[in-house]
Design a protein around this ligand. Structure first.
Ligand SMILES: Nc1ncnc2c1ncn2[C@@H]1O[C@H](COP(=O)(O)OP(=O)(O)OP(=O)(O)O)[C@@H](O)[C@H]1O
Length: 604
């Protein structure tokens, strides 16, 4: 494209406001906006200082990361072409400059370079500022620029929009000397902008995949809604969708989420507190950036619940935990890395947090400093993201605890990087605690866990046995969880009948304490009475399908459950229960004793 006007046209407009007849409408409108700002004619755009530039580039990291491939390609293609390509953010600040080195040097003279701010309000009509103002591709040639010094340039800029929200993120701009003909530059800037947008879309799709994986791993049974960082709904449980009166609060949240989530988890929690007071929030941050949000109802978030239990409380939940807590306390005297193993939901993360809190408050451990608890969900880490976090100090340790969740599920590349993360953490006086629901030793033997990583994390081992291996402790846990639920949520105090307790003791609890926690939340929400009987329990617990016992169910478990179900169905009538089970009444008495089952009700 050739400029629609001459230098003389521009001079006439500036001097007496005469509008050149051949001027393009887009340029004229921009000149009018620029005139209203009554700016002098600066020689260059304003320039951000190094600290502000660093902060601006960090803030725009998502855009810059997505533009990485396009910038590398442009750097190669535009070498010695007289063109340079600039990536700018939505405030018109130049974030990156690549391409022909002579053109880049000349750009510096006008601050058409890193940190230069090219908004219309700062420097009048120019492709970057005008494209951002209009939200569409614009080319501005020589004398069409509003400020004289900038007329040595031709520029073509195309917007980059967030594929999730449609929000303008910035522009890709191509600049070259006004004297040279460079046909196709607008097309080139559009092509690169499209490439950046498609990379952003690809990353958004990957993040959505990660969010679904996260939800799958949590196995949440309460009403739950999963949103990505743009506010789009990724998943909603039927129970959540059916909740009345939430639509307005949610619409507002989804609208504000893209801004809130950029500012951090605390801002989201704060904004939601007024709208969804009963909701628990989990902002998902597998790397330094939040990629989405889980909202669950009537069950405070796992993270918050875990924070409230200390070692003393844990040791009160039975002999097994008392012994484990005693061992944990001895280990806290050392600097050994600790591996906590146990099936899903057995309380590994809770124990790790309680250990962290204990270290924090130990007066005789000044070296442990003010201390953060940094949890890395290893299965969700990518080597690229982790490398970036390490490079820009996103994983700064201050003593405290580095908690690695399921390192065996990380890719081999991530496992290698974790070795350096651990080294950095230990050098900063950090305690390393690793959580695993499968035997890491076994995984090392299988070759799915890096051998060196295993020996770096498994200094000492604590193993939490599954609930089904310690049925005597089940009532203690139930009482503790019922009491805690009432403390946290107020309301009625739920109590269990002997029959209900018997069924729950006999249950195999494949989801362990998390399953128990969810059951208590569900009972509290659904039960009309404060006294829970066996018949109020969900069918999969009260009457497990004979054909589909859990992996761990033994035949004895099945028999025990059958007996409890028969007693429940006959309201404790021994004669009738024995008849249903096809055994003698005396045999039923013997079996009750053997299984430690308490008769629900005395009926003849
Ligand atoms: N001693 C305890 N008493 C009562 N509740 C507990 C106890 N320990 C853990 N919990 C609760 O059990 C649930 C599961 O605990 P946690 O998340 O620590 O388990 P986990 O083993 O780390 O699970 P996963 O391996 O699936 O991540 C949480 O809701 C937690 O608050």
């Amino acid at each position: 494209m050739v400029a629609s006007i001459s230098k003389a046209d521009w001079e006439n407009f500036r001097a007496v406001g005469r509008v050149p007849p051949s001027i393009r409408e887009v340029v004229l409108q921009s000149w009018k906006r620029s005139s209203r700002l009554a700016m002098a004619s600066p020689k260059h755009a304003p320039l951000l200082g190094p600290d502000d530039l660093h902060a601006t580039r960090t803030h725009a990291r998502r855009l810059r990361q997505a533009a990485h491939a396009a910038l590398s390609k442009a750097d190669f293609l535009l070498r010695q072409s007289g063109n340079m390509m600039l990536l700018c953010d939505q405030d018109c600040v130049v974030l990156d400059a690549v391409g022909d080195s002579d053109t880049i040097s000349r750009g510096r003279e006008n601050h058409l370079h890193l940190g230069g701010k090219w908004s219309e309000s700062a420097i009048g009509t120019n492709a970057i500022g005008t494209a951002i103002h209009l939200g569409r591709s614009v080319q501005v040639d020589g004398p069409e620029h509003f400020c004289e010094e900038i007329q040595r340039w031709n520029c073509a800029a195309s917007p980059v929009k967030d594929p999730g929200t449609g929000q303008l993120l910035g522009v890709v701009n191509i600049s070259w000397s006004a004297g040279q003909k460079q046909p196709g530059s607008t097309a080139l800037s559009s092509a690169f902008a499209l490439q950046v947008e498609s990379e952003l879309a690809h990353r958004l799709a990957q993040d959505r995949q990660l969010l679904l994986q996260y939800l799958h791993q949590r196995r949440m049974s309460e009403p739950v809604l999963l949103l990505d960082r743009t506010g789009a709904e990724i998943f909603s449980s039927e129970s959540f969708a059916g909740l009345p009166d939430l639509s307005q609060a949610l619409a507002e949240l989804r609208h504000r989420l893209p801004q809130l989530i950029e500012r951090g988890a605390d801002h989201v929690a704060e904004a939601l507190a007024g709208h969804l007071p009963d909701a628990a929030l989990d902002v998902i941050e597998p790397r330094a950036d939040a990629i989405g949000l889980v909202i669950s109802l009537k069950s405070p978030s796992r993270r918050r619940r875990a924070e409230t239990l200390d070692l003393a409380q844990l040791s009160r939940t039975g002999a097994t935990m008392a012994e484990l807590v005693a061992q944990a306390q001895r280990l806290l005297e050392t600097s050994l890395p600790i591996l906590i193993e146990g099936e899903t939901g057995t309380g590994k993360a809770t124990l790790a947090r309680a250990m962290h809190e204990a270290t924090r408050t130990m007066r005789d451990a000044p070296s442990h400093g003010p201390s953060r608890f940094t949890m890395l969900e290893c299965a969700l880490l990518s080597d690229e993201g982790l490398r970036e976090d390490m490079a820009r100090d996103g994983l700064a340790f201050d003593g405290g605890t580095l908690c690695l969740d399921s390192p065996g599920r990380a890719s081999p590349a991530v496992q290698k990087l974790l070795l350096s993360v651990i080294e950095t953490a230990e050098r900063a006086g950090c305690r390393v605690i690793t959580l695993a629901s499968r035997s890491l030793f076994q995984m090392m033997q299988d070759g799915s866990l890096h051998r060196e990583l295993y020996y770096r994390i498994a200094g000492a081992r604590l193993t939490i046995p599954p609930l089904r291996e310690r049925p005597d402790e089940i009532p203690l846990y139930l009482h503790a969880i019922l009491a805690r639920h009432r403390r946290e949520n107020g309301g009625r105090e739920l109590r269990l009948t002997a029959a209900a307790m018997a069924v729950l003791r006999a249950h195999s609890w494949p989801g362990n304490l998390r399953e128990m926690q969810n059951l208590v939340s569900a009972l509290s929400a659904l039960s009309r009475s404060a006294l829970i009987d066996a018949r109020d329990l969900p069918p999969e617990i009260a009457r497990p399908e004979g054909g589909a016992p859990g992996r761990e169910d033994s035949l004895l478990d099945v028999e025990k459950t059958e007996i409890i179900a028969a007693l429940d169905a006959t309201a404790g009538n021994m004669t009738e229960a024995a008849r249903r089970l096809g055994i003698a009444r005396s045999t039923l008495y013997l079996k009750l004793e053997a299984y430690g089952i308490t008769r629900p009700r005395s009926k003849p």
